[in-house]
Unconditional design. Sequence first.
Length: 422
Amino acid sequence: MTAMIRNLIGLATLAAILASAGCDYFAVHSGPDSQSDGRYLISVHAEASPLEEASANATDVDSFVDHQPNLFPDATRSRDATQQPSGTNAPPILSVTMQSGRIEGLPIGLFSDTTLLMRSNGQISYLPTHEIVSHSVTGQPFVAQGLGGMQQDLQSEFGSRYSIRYASPYLVVAKSGRIGTWCERFQKFHSSMRSYCLTYGIPLRNLDFTLIAIVFESKREFFEYARNEGSSIPSNCVGYYSQKSNRIVLFENDNPKDMDSTLETICHEATHQFAFNAGLHQRLAETPKWLMEGFAVQFEAPAYCNFTTRNHASFWPTSQRQAWDELKSDRNRLQQLFQDLIATDEPFKGDVLNAYTVSWAMNTYLSQRRGPQYVAYLRKMGSMKPFTTYSRGDRMRDFSSAFGSDISWMVREAIHHLDRMR
Ligand SMILES: [Zn+2]
């Protein structure tokens, strides 16, 4: 019971954590003034009420609260999420009877007004406490849904107008005439990112779930879907990844003028999805944005995301060139931004383009030149507990224990390294 009470924190705290952790990400076609990523799209019901009132067996719930969505870290896994074994360390699932029906999953957060369940397809369900009738522990271990079941569910969700195809590790939903192209794009991108991680010694854990990528035929359907799932996206959004659904969602953009930036967005969002599922980041934890966003921007570079010319393409993301050149000429400002990003996510609310640019530069330099330290830091961030706050002091301390505290030297080294990459 104590553990449960400890987790009955109020909604305000939950909302604050979700806001700072970043529950959904989207990238937009944008100029320097309008670039805005990392919005928080999950809304949680506002009124707090004690979970005990709806909990038939609070003691059972107690046993779950330490299980995190970083699934089965100690269990033996297969290479493919679709063949995930029911390892002995897999925690049991909770069956919750709601007013609207029964729902099963792994409890990952218990709050006074909301219970969060990780579903077997990787989605996180938010269950309002006042709608919970009863719950019980099933004794069955939590395992990821098999490929056949996922495929069937997606077909019923999207109907006969859409095809569903498996292109490991993705299940792609797209129009039948286009699905081959999209499967190829996602797979090429996936292999680019895996080889980057291999080259720089970045450890990847086996994926918890098959990755779902949805490509709508039209912009209208894309926005309708986003609205229905409660994602409030700006009108120039061309794709997003949601930590809640664990899906990437985008649409066919016929305008050849937009092709490059569309591919950049896909690679950016696919990087978020992959990083959250391969253990580089932790869903619902307060991972520093410079790490998440900078890592994703790296893969916007033509060398990773331009699938036709990438053998001779640049490792510089197009959107960062000019901003970096300007920042480089103002070393004090660059260094200040570097320091601010280590301590807080605030620069992403104001100096947005430069926040992305410096984050990209930090990730590129640190992953390529300070490999072992970067890997140790990533491991630490990948094992953060969801729903815990990560203070300014702790962020600065963790950064300097990994990389040292001579920021001025790091900035100099980063400039030198990026110049050589051109
Ligand atoms: Zn992003």
